[in-house]
Design a protein around this ligand. Structure first.
Ligand SMILES: Nc1nc2c(ncn2[C@@H]2O[C@H](COP(=O)(O)OP(=O)(O)OP(=O)(O)O)[C@@H](O)[C@H]2O)c(=O)[nH]1
Ligand SMILES: C[S@@+](CC[C@H](N)C(=O)[O-])C[C@H]1O[C@@H](n2cnc3c(N)ncnc32)[C@H](O)[C@@H]1O
Ligand code: SF4
Ligand code: SF4
Length: 343
């Protein structure tokens, strides 16, 4: 039997494994202007737009989570910046930053729309963005994203930095694809004062013809390759996020490793994820979820049922994921696509 959760309103909710849940990742759309080969199939069926929570509903959901102790809100997708009028939502969240209840409002993006939106994001109180970029080669970029164009993303990075946003690059490590770019990407980031985090590819969703097992490249191997050239020093574990960091002594640069497969970090998990239809997923690597929409829609003007539904859902958060490439399944071990919850 999970314990009861009677927390003071401003303290984060504690899950069954004594982890405080202070971080909400919100997917505001399942659509995207790219079709990355490890994330989506080329032909995707998206939700009808009428299924999505409205911007007002997203605001009410997030405000309720913030009242329940969420201090960090990351907007993701699909591609969050392709949702129409999404800046209205960002500007609405600024009031929680001003009140001090929300410590960080941020987003993870493919960068394609940053040239257009970076200044407005900064005006809404966003201080840093994570941009996904797996290669600096134009032809490879077009191949891995299927629909993306590298120059557009590079202009987005420039716009973000010009707007004063701190930028972190996320690169998914893909066997036989970007193994040869670990030094170029490190140098690119060092020259632009951007952090870089590598991510192990996770077996989620049906990708059409892509080979999941063949894509996987352990970050232990990537790290060993870096260490052949650089002296790496492990930095103290940061319990606020999934990445472990090393410093490159020769350049002072920090490199992060997100290793759900080779070294899982579930013990310090502090997060839950909500989809654009109001489903709360308790773990990225599991199917457990709760539909918060009825509590939201059936009780206009009364947030108590929604608060109760959120507490009950977090009371069911599992201990961790079950991803495992040793089972040699090329299909996703979690059936939904990464874009459903936004990573
Ligand atoms: N397995 C697992 N992977 C995660 C988790 N959080 C993030 N990731 C992976 O890391 C990727 C990058 O995450 P980001 O969106 O940049 O967020 P973050 O690393 O939490 O961001 P920071 O605030 O910069 O630490 C995600 O898309 C996932 O692939 C998690 O809780 N579990
Ligand atoms: C799903 S995307 C959503 C936000 C935005 N479209 C972007 O690409 O940054 C969030 C992150 O998930 C990562 N991702 C997608 N599929 C993945 C997979 N199968 N394994 C690991 N990371 C994945 C992407 O590289 C990206 O950094
Ligand atoms: S990783 Fe991001 S940019 Fe790529 S297809 Fe998925 S949602 Fe779109
Ligand atoms: S896999 Fe699940 S439990 Fe582990 S860190 Fe990610 S969300 Fe948390």
């Amino acid at each position: 039997m999970p314990p009861q959760y009677l927390c003071p309103m401003t303290e984060p909710i504690i899950d069954p494994f004594q982890r405080a849940i202070s971080y909400l990742r919100l997917s505001v759309t399942d659509r995207c202007d790219f079709r990355c080969v490890y994330c989506m199939a080329e032909n995707m069926t998206f939700l009808p737009k009428k299924e999505l929570l409205t911007l007002e509903e997203l605001d009410r959901m997030c405000s309720t989570f913030i009242r329940l102790g969420v201090e960090k809100l990351r907007i993701t997708g699909g591609e969050p910046l392709v949702r129409r009028d999404i800046m209205t939502f960002f500007h609405g969240m600024r009031r929680h930053l001003y009140s001090g209840a929300l410590k960080e409002l941020t987003l993870t993006t493919n960068g394609s729309q940053l040239e257009r939106f970076a200044a407005d994001l900064a005006a809404a109180g966003v201080r840093r963005v994570n941009v996904s970029l797996d290669t600096l080669d134009e032809e490879k970029f077009a191949r891995v994203t299927r629909w993306g164009r590298l120059p557009q993303v590079l202009r987005g990075l420039d716009a973000a930095q010009a707007a004063g946003l701190k930028v972190k690059l996320n690169a998914v490590a893909l066997k036989g694809f970007n193994e040869d770019e670990i030094f170029t990407l490190a140098e690119f980031c060092a020259a632009r004062d951007m952090d870089l985090t590598w991510i192990e590819v996770m077996p989620m969703g049906d990708l059409g013809n892509e080979d999941r097992v063949g894509q996987y490249w352990s970050l232990n191997d990537l790290r060993a390759k870096l260490a052949e050239t650089y002296r790496l020093t492990d930095l103290p574990e940061n319990t606020g996020g999934p990445a472990r960091y090393v410093r490159i002594e020769e350049t002072g640069q920090k490199i992060g490793f997100i290793t759900p497969l080779s070294h899982n970090f579930c013990e310090s998990c502090n997060r839950v994820r909500m989809t654009c239809t109001g489903e709360l997923y308790m773990c990225l690597g599991q199917e457990d979820r709760a539909d918060l929409r009825p509590a939201l829609r059936n009780h206009p003007g009364n947030d108590a049922p929604l608060e109760e539904a959120i507490r009950a859902a977090i009371g069911l958060k599992p201990e961790g994921h079950d991803f495992d490439y040793s089972r040699q399944r090329a299909d996703g071990q979690v059936s939904r696509h990464m874009s459903h919850t936004g990573g």
